[in-house]
Design a protein around this ligand. Sequence first.
Ligand SMILES: *Cc1c(COP(=O)(O)O)cnc(C)c1O
Length: 849
Amino acid sequence: MELQLYNVAPRIPDELKFLETLSNNIWWCWHPQAIELFVRINPNLWRDVSGSVKEFLRMVPQARLEELARDSGYIRQLRAVQAEFERVIPKQDDVSKRMVAYFSLEFGIHESIRIFSGGLGVLAGDHLKAASDLKLPLIAVGLLYRQGYFRQVLDRNGWQTEHYPVSEIHNLPVVRGCDPSGKPVTISIRLVDRDLYAAVWVLWVGNVPLLLLDTELPQNPPDLREVTWRLYGGDKRMRLHQELLLGIGGFKALVAMGYSPAVCHMNEGHAGFLSLARISHLVNDVGYEPDVALETVWRSNVFTTHTPVPAGNEVFDINLVRPYLEVFANEAHLNVDRVIRWGIPINERDHASEMSMTVFGLRLANYSNGVSRLHGEVAREMWKHLWPQRSVSEIPIGHITNGVHIASWVSTRLWGLYERYLTPKWANNPDKAVLAAGIRSLPDEELWMAHELCRQSLVRRARRLMQNNFRYLTDDASAASFAKKKNVLDPDILTVGFARRFATYKRGTLLLRNPERLIALLKDKTRPVQFIFAGKAHPADDGGKRLIQELIQFAQRENVQDRLLFLENYDIGMARSLVQGVDVWLNTPRRPQEASGTSGMKAAVNGVINCSILDGWWAEAYNGENGWAIEGNDYYTEDEDRDNYESQELFNLLENEIIPCFYERAGGDLPVRWIKRMKESIVTGLGDFSSTRMVEDYDRMFYRPATKAYEELTADNAAYARELVARKERYVRNFDGGKLYIEQPKVDGSLENMHVGDRFRVSTRVYLGELKPEEVDVEAYYGTVNAHNEIISSVSEKMHVLENFGNGNYRYGCEVTCKVSGRFGLTGRIKASGKEWDNSVPGFMCWPK
Ligand SMILES: *Cc1c(COP(=O)(O)O)cnc(C)c1O
């Protein structure tokens, strides 16, 4: 039966029209006063729609809206929020000013918009919110998944099953993206011999437009409509279609809407293909030669890697990608083999069967980073083979540690407290000393009371969820069994939370290695502990699913049912309750496989205390006062040994430090030592791990220099980019062509008996081929060495021409000062002059043979 479909919505009274504005900008989700406006309309309905404002406004009875339109208290509150909104959100978007385009396959902004799976997406969402708060000229690009990531349903055996409810587009806070003439934009990209069409939607995240591509269109054949159905669903070809759509279609959408970003930021390798669209645009629409376009593009791209596990870095079979890339390479006037080689490390070129999106991203970005200090180190080590001529310390991958969007994660109760006692900038990367003084002077009583209220709401929420989702716990659907679920957990006892993706390396079941010891903690009469777990396993990861099942089967034991829970379907809303309401946030990855981890930061800003392996962000955040470190070492040969040792360390910490500290109530009923640690945790969280700090870092270190570079490269019909291309050709001929030569440097006199402060002279003979001395830096290269006589931290000192023998032959020399003591190694090298080639892959360098 064919139906004609239509919606009937309540008529929003004029006085309340601003609610409609809010339904088209997710800004409200990090402004408690705005959320209050909805709660006040109908708290239960608001909870049931989980933040889907359009649905909410359609379901509110007309009479209730009429009533509020006459309620002067409500109208006053609404006007106050409206004034704030209009103060920070401009009426018109100036497309010409959006300089930075941020591409990601997922965005976690709010639980009502299910286009994310986990940490990577939530990080991207927090990035946009911070960019909005900072009024950065940023625009974002992603995909509009109709089904998104799965909904986790646990069966009676504790086995995860996946369900894909469909998001209705008219419930989402999106509007069609339009071109400058006001016409809705549809883009298409060519997939070998077919065209894939996508509609462009805009989701406003405060000041930041997020463009979302949607392939659910009648122009597409059925299999291509599915491209934007599921996040991380489907096979390799589906994933390729998604990434081509994101990178190439996404960039086309920007151009079609009139944006001309100077900088493109790839959040993980998924977005790598955008470089091809950028090059093609400069070639076809601006008229650059392909190499000039390439030079312009890579020098203004940013790439962030998130994956310290080699297998987690995405690769595509070359046989699969070649026909696709052939089309885009042709459009950009590039050779397809050359494009594919960008995704292959030099030493693998002869036998590679796959191209790596991380390699592709690193090669096509002047600015690259890992997401914590430790991850930066791991990434340099992991990708050093892309730069075979450099030592690890010169691998051009830096780090910008992740942060979380404070206003999205701090509980409203603490929000009130922070507003009253802290510097007005508390949520936005304030001066750390001022902040810390404020936090340390928070009244213990008030902080503890606010926190206990958060724990109570968490317990209430958990009980509600357990009643709704208790089928996996039992066959017994009797009233008695149902009632029992009402009383799980205790709102007044030490509560430990663990919620994250269930990947095996995160070791969600570490505590189960010693069930007796765990049960003793749970059942302790005077100082009990309770645990709340949550998290999804990737649909294809049976190992992760087994961990969930083990936990649930343990939780089903009669004697621990009320003290250990697994909550179904972890998402942003549940994450918020957990990181606000538990006392301890537990994290147990196998080091160094956690690139950063952000849930611990969310916990910290709420005064929750972290207990974690020294991995990811915690390796740089832990200071002895602000939480606990589960100590381990780097000498395990087997995971089994590591897991055994570290689980015992964890139990020791719980038994000897955490539990006694929580239950120590020497000063009346306040755990004074605990509260002190809570405050240090807050200092760390608000002080160093906000997304404001993170985005300011990206802006200062990457976006601004890249914007400037783009302007310089493109000025004067790309005169500078052309000059670089010409120089590069000479470098390739001379460095890569093996023409250059440098002799092992000679020292005047002897290097025996050197002391700090002593100086010596070195000189060397070089042959520079066609290159002129001003095109190269000839350097003395030295530093302290390890037991294998490898330089571990290097210094390079520029040498000067001492003699010109003609025909490209020179003698160079310089003076070296012994600044510190130690065992040193010395050599020399020729490199491309200046800093312009330091970040290129593999760069230009020549060492003594
Ligand atoms: C913050 C968050 C994550 C990432 O946290 P990790 O510590 O990296 O595991 C994952 N999922 C949700 C829903 C989150 O809110």
